[in-house]
Design a protein around this ligand. Structure first.
Ligand code: SF4
Ligand code: F3S
Length: 107
């Protein structure tokens, strides 16, 4: 089992999550962050840190967010690790809580 980053991170990328991960399993894309499921140790520390509430335990992943499990696994293989907090994307506050942002995901 692992934790999964979902829709509400897209176009926001607040990066508070990366600071608390003890095993550095967050990988950064242009406008989204993913968790490497092979590295995640299920400590749950990241979940409450996300201002966008975008992180779920795999077991609690809503039905509408199931696609993000594979997206996290796939992108973790190609995007670089991020371990230090950085500024959120400029329009993060505008995009926060907008629904169905998957169409905006940048590769
Ligand atoms: Fe890292 Fe723990 Fe979050 Fe997994 S659950 S991504 S190990 S902080
Ligand atoms: Fe994304 Fe939340 Fe982390 S918005 S970058 S999962 S703190």
């Amino acid at each position: 089992m692992a934790f999964v980053v979902t829709d509400n991170c897209i176009q926001c990328k607040f990066t508070d999550c990366v600071e608390v991960c003890p095993v550095d399993c967050f990988h950064e894309g242009p406008n989204f962050m993913v968790i490497d499921p092979e590295e995640c140790i299920d400590c749950a520390l990241c979940e409450p840190e996300c201002p966008a509430n975008a992180i779920f335990s795999e077991d609690d992943l809503p039905e509408t967010m199931q696609a993000f499990k594979q997206i996290n696994a796939d992108k973790a293989k190609v995007w670089p690790v991020l371990t230090q907090h950085k500024a959120a994307l400029p329009e993060a506050k505008t995009w926060q809580d907008k629904p169905d942002k998957l169409i905006y995901l940048e590769e």
